[in-house]
Design a protein around this ligand. Structure first.
Ligand code: SF4
Length: 207
């Protein structure tokens, strides 16, 4: 493929990504949450315990802290998230989904897209997930913003010295269990391109 053809193909792929994102967010019924509220609900459901803050959501959603705080407050008022003191220092506040929040998330308009992805062959799902992570990281680097990802692709992942817990975060010092391993992290820093991702099952083997 020559350079012009490759550039045109990349442009079509970029347009298709935006198209898929747009139709996936549409709700069949009357919208009950705004796109920003859905994004926040998903973020607090899937971010790790160190990252469930309004400021991390602001960076993830590429919005201002004030706008992110308003969105989180609206979810709190609706009873979908609740605040608690962070474990680490007791000063910052993190948000968890309530049972009503988890019930609301069960009707996420993105579920149709998730089901379509789940219907792809496993190898294609892995390739898609890896490609999207690379795209998100490249965009964050080009825009000088924070990349988000999870432990398996993170340069801060280190071996833990504590028995029964194979990994430790070299950024925060936190010991990482299998649940942490899968989640989005606001402190993520991508591993170098030559390093293979570490899989969560490695932690299960080692524990
Ligand atoms: S290893 Fe990376 S992704 Fe995992 S908790 Fe630490 S900073 Fe976050």
């Amino acid at each position: 493929m020559d350079e012009t053809t490759a550039a045109a193909a990349a442009q079509r792929t970029a347009e298709m990504l935006v198209h898929v994102g747009r139709i996936a967010r549409c709700e069949a019924q009357t919208p009950s949450l705004t796109p920003a509220q859905w994004a926040a609900l998903r973020f607090f459901a899937h971010a790790n315990r160190m990252s469930r803050t309004p400021s991390a959501f602001a960076r993830f959603h590429a919005t201002t802290r004030g706008t992110a705080s308003q969105t989180v407050k609206s979810l709190e008022t609706a009873g979908y998230v609740e605040r608690r003191r962070a474990d680490a220092d007791g000063r910052s506040v993190v948000f968890d989904l309530t049972s009503a929040g988890w019930a609301r998330l069960a009707a996420d308009p993105l579920n149709h897209l998730s089901a379509a992805i789940a219907a792809l062959p496993a190898a294609q799902q892995d390739t898609l997930a890896e490609s999207l992570q690379q795209l998100a990281t490249a965009l964050a680097r080009d825009r000088d913003s924070q990349a988000f990802g999870s432990c398996g692709q993170c340069g801060f992942l280190g071996a833990a010295e504590q028995a029964g817990c194979p990994f430790q975060c070299r950024c925060t010092g936190a010991l990482l269990d299998n649940e942490d391993f899968q989640r989005l992290c606001a402190n993520f820093s991508p591993r170098s391109g030559t390093e293979a991702p570490v899989e969560a099952r490695d932690s299960q083997k080692a524990s």
